[in-house]
Design a protein. Structure first.
Length: 373
């Protein structure tokens, strides 16, 4: 049985070049970058070279890149410090953010008594900018947190417009860019964004490592304490092999972005064409979505919902019903619950997400499996 992986919004296969780079570090460059001897100095050079490489890809400066374990840690850190250290009294976000933002905002509301407001969403999953302006017109120290690309339906925020409106009202802007870094061009200098976060395993790098972009002189303070690593903002010995792997993965992602994005878009187009033939009543969730994510409501009976992923897995096809963090649950996705009506949300929905490792044959295997249900 051919096994097909179509869950790249959850995690991606590591590029072979990245694996090779990491093995070399693990084998030869095992020094602690905080040590002053030769082994440590060599590791420190690798660490800072990786930092410069990542900064270059998004047009940041090296000191503005802080390494973390993942996007979730970075989101928690930035939101918490904004409230605790920067005097933020209110967070404006949306109900379709990743839970790393939603749950953090809820905890901060309980812990610090801050106000949490949700910007209105359009039926296609896009942000209502008119409502954002209305919310920002209230005179409170505010952080706006809106993700660039939604991890479940792939809708794309006009980041430039969102940052500009936010700054017009002297508020801070944070974006979870986990699904867009390495897949779209991002220039932090042009955007003027205050904070963004990323995770290496979303762009064919290793799990367990990510980074935060923190605008110079932003003023946020550490989430936890210990050593002076990462300019005192993120204590703990850096995982040099993972960080170097992440930098290599991001470099390759942007080096091949043009041809790989075009190829992946062609696979998504082919999948839509196949679905329209076999399931003409299917509905695509979201409009103007990123080229690698396809989320559809299938015209299947409600009783097929709970067993759909199991059935596909038995056929060797890996897809998702939504966020990987929620894929083990039969509950409807919190994102789809916001944009679909009460009847549609009961029907089986699938998130199919592609990478350059996929082929049209993979789509054909998926369609054969869906037709057999």
């Amino acid at each position: 049985m051919k096994k097909v992986y179509l869950d790249n919004a959850s995690t991606t296969q590591i590029r072979s070049e990245v694996v090779s780079e990491m093995i070399k570090i693990l084998s030869e460059d095992f020094g602690n970058p905080s040590s002053t001897h030769g082994y440590g100095r060599s590791a420190k050079v690798l660490l800072e070279t990786a930092r410069k490489s990542i900064a270059k890809q998004i047009n940041a400066t090296a000191p503005e890149i802080i390494f973390t374990s993942c996007g979730t840690e970075a989101n928690n850190w930035i939101l918490r410090s904004a409230v605790k250290d920067l005097g933020v009294e209110r967070i404006i976000t949306s109900k379709i953010e990743h839970h790393a933002v939603l749950h953090t905002a809820e905890v901060l509301k309980q812990e610090f008594g801050i106000q949490v407001d949700f910007v209105t969403l359009k039926s296609n999953g896009e942000i209502d900018f008119t409502d954002l302006v209305e919310l920002l017109s209230q005179n409170k120290r505010t952080l706006v947190s809106l993700m660039h690309v939604n991890n479940e339906i792939g809708t794309i925020l006009n980041l430039e417009k969102a940052v500009r409106i936010t700054h017009d009202y002297n508020a801070l802007f944070h974006s979870d860019t986990v699904q867009s870094i390495g897949k779209t061009e991002i220039n932090v200098q042009e955007l003027g964004i205050d904070f963004l976060v990323s995770s290496a395993h979303k762009f064919h790098g290793p799990k367990g490592v990510g980074f935060a972009y923190v605008k110079k002189n932003a003023g946020i303070q550490p989430l936890f304490f210990g050593g002076e690593q990462e300019k005192g903002l993120r204590a703990g010995t850096e995982a040099v092999h993972q960080i170097v792997g992440m930098a290599k993965a991001l470099e390759l992602a942007y080096q091949h972005l043009k041809e790989e994005s075009a190829y992946i878009a062609s696979l998504k187009k082919y999948a839509i064409e196949c679905l329209e033939i076999d399931f003409p009543q299917m509905k695509i969730n979201g409009e103007e979505t990123l080229y690698n994510i396809l989320n559809v409501v299938l015209p299947l009976p409600e009783d097929k919902t709970s067993m759909l992923l199991f059935h596909l897995d038995m056929k060797g096809v890996a897809v998702s019903r939504g966020s990987a963090c929620q894929s083990g649950s039969v509950k409807p996705s919190h994102v789809l619950a916001e944009i679909l009506d009460s009847e549609e949300v009961k029907k089986p929905s699938l998130r199919v997400s592609f990478s350059h490792y996929n082929t049209k044959e993979d789509v054909d295997v998926l369609m054969d499996a869906l037709r057999s249900i």
